[in-house]
Write a protein that binds this ligand. Structure first.
Ligand SMILES: Nc1ncnc2c1ncn2[C@@H]1O[C@H](COP(=O)(O)OP(=O)(O)OP(=O)(O)O)[C@@H](O)[C@H]1O
Ligand SMILES: [Mg+2]
Length: 266
């Protein structure tokens, strides 16, 4: 079943000097239940703009966006807020946590509009989700006093706590070390599989992108299918050859990070 569909979407904005910046050009994309899509692309290529449109937080300039077959532009704002709140879990690139509130308050927030058991048990459900992202011991900490990686995990717990059918994650591992990033990605996959949700991940990390089933690249506002195998090869070729070590060093326990110039642009 198609959850969200973009048809011929363009997005442009008017700049201060009256010129128009075309951010997205002719984008058509359908995301269905259980789908796992990754999008890579250079900084400034329009990835966050595209994710905001998929999550119905922003409108295209032209083209249509439909959610479960209904055109988003035709929904009244109250209804749109409800559809979004009930169905979409957003991991924002800048986290967007409520400052001055605890990790638990932040994760409980989406459950404040839930019904029945989810509403009445919201404290326990939020605490359990924080436990799953490895922050069970930090639930009462004020969000802005947490480290960047901890804040990112609070943002992920908040996105997942209401079991949304559409999970949109903008660089969900950007602030995390490789091991924590891998476990957070496993959690996103796991929760998405549990509920047959769709997961759209934006990332600069080819290892993260490779976890998805469908791979796309945004290039100057155009969306195209990405050949991750070629991107991996290009990143290996562009990596500097390390100097011969004087003594043999033990093999790393985890996969080393890709170099910044990993073929998708950083
Ligand atoms: N409201 C706006 N007004 C002016 N320019 C905008 C606006 N929104 C986005 N842009 C510009 O559009 C381009 C794409 O922005 P976007 O945030 O989607 O990029 P991105 O691919 O997510 O980049 P990054 O990888 O750095 O997060 C950028 O050059 C940005 O400055
Ligand atoms: Mg972005």
């Amino acid at each position: 079943m198609t959850l969200v569909a973009l048809e011929d979407v363009e997005k442009s904005v008017l700049l201060a000097d009256d010129s128009r910046l075309e951010i997205l050009k002719g984008i058509s994309l359908s995301v269905g239940a259980g789908d796992h899509v990754s999008i890579v692309g250079r900084s400034g290529s329009g990835k966050s703009t595209l994710l905001n449109i998929l999550g119905m937080l922003d409108e295209p300039t032209t083209g249509t966006v439909s959610f479960e077959g209904r055109e988003v532009r035709k929904m009244r704002s109250g209804r749109l807020d409800r559809v979004r709140g009930d169905n979409v879990g957003f991991v924002f690139q800048q986290f967007n946590l409520l400052p001055g509130r605890t990790a638990l308050d932040n994760v409980m927030m989406p459950l404040g509009h839930a019904k029945g058991r989810m509403f009445w048990n919201r404290r326990q459900i939020a605490a359990d989700m924080l436990e799953r992202v490895g922050l069970g011991h930090r639930i009462e900490q004020i969000a802005d006093r947490l480290s960047g990686g901890e804040q990112q995990r609070v943002a992920i717990a908040r996105a997942l706590v209401r079991k949304p059918v559409l999970i949109l994650a903008d660089e969900p591992t950007g602030a995390l070390d490789i091991e924590t990033g891998a476990s957070v990605m496993s959690l996103l996959d796991e929760v998405a599989t549990e509920t047959d949700a769709a997961l759209v991940t934006i990332t600069h990390d080819l290892h993260v992108a490779a976890r998805a089933r469908r791979h796309y690249r945004l290039d100057a506002g155009r969306l195209e299918e990405a050949d991750l195998r070629r991107a991996f090869e290009a990143s290996t070729l562009s990596a500097p050859v390390p100097p011969e070590p004087a003594t043999a060093s033990p093999a790393p326990a985890v996969l080393p990070p890709l170099p910044a110039a990993n073929g998708v642009g950083a």
